[in-house]
Design a protein around this ligand. Structure first.
Ligand SMILES: [Zn+2]
Length: 232
């Protein structure tokens, strides 16, 4: 056995090198009892922020953001006008971003429709505030279509857990149709064009991609080839 530092030959019984006083270590020899090479460091306890604590901080921040514009609005104009829209936007952001964290296991199948409902109410508020008259004929059906498609995709992915290609293929085709519906409602509500102008192009692309996904899903041989080619 040799010293790991200076290389002098050592007896097996030696605990320190007689030349450089380095402790002798050999992995196959039993270590004699004694002090460890490094003293124990005092354990540094990590201070973890609890869920309730962070929710409290976030909620307080949102409350401040909610109240400040209202106060500004009131002090400037003497009544709540644009401050109400700002408050609605903060409430919407809170529902989408923070509300799910109030639950231990937030279920997206529940929260996606809740978020859509909140978005619809926010749009209704703007519609009423601006006297736009576009909520029922444009905003509600558009948000509704988005809600139905996204909730269906999330619910199927969560509870069926297979056939993802069919799910995403179908959702892509439905999204393409939703784009056409959006243009139709825009034209109908705001009197822009008398016929469909732009939505057919993204719709065609969406239909092609959706059909391709479904064809891949139907054809296992093609799927295997693609998986090998693209390592998916
Ligand atoms: Zn030595």
């Amino acid at each position: 056995m040799y010293c790991i530092k200076c290389g002098v030959e050592l007896a097996d019984s030696e605990k320190r090198c007689p030349l450089c006083f380095t402790r002798v270590y050999h992995p196959d020899l039993e270590m004699p009892d004694g002090d460890p090479l490094f003293p124990d460091n005092p354990v540094i306890k990590r201070h973890t922020v609890t869920r309730a604590g962070s929710l409290f901080i976030l909620t307080s921040l949102f409350l401040i953001a909610l109240v400040m514009p209202l106060i500004c609005n009131l002090s400037i104009t003497g009544e709540v006008t644009w401050g109400g829209i700002s408050a609605s936007a903060i409430v919407l952001a809170y529902i989408i971003v923070v509300l799910p964290f109030w639950f231990k296991r937030p279920n997206p199948v529940v929260f996606v429709p809740v978020d859509h409902a909140a978005a619809a109410l926010f749009l209704l508020h703007i519609d009423l505030f601006t006297d736009g008259n576009w909520f029922l004929s444009f905003a509600l059906p558009t948000v509704g279509a988005s809600c139905i498609i996204s909730t269906a995709v999330i619910a199927l992915c969560r509870y069926v857990r297979k056939g993802y290609l069919y799910i995403f293929g179908g959702a892509t085709i439905l999204s393409g149709m939703a784009i056409v519906l959006t243009e139709f409602l825009l034209n109908f509500t705001f009197d822009i064009h008398s016929r469909l102008v732009w939505s057919i192009y993204p719709c065609a692309a969406f239909l092609l991609i959706g059909l391709m996904l479904i064809i891949i899903a139907i054809n296992p041989a093609l799927r295997t080839t693609l998986e090998k080619k693209f390592f998916v």
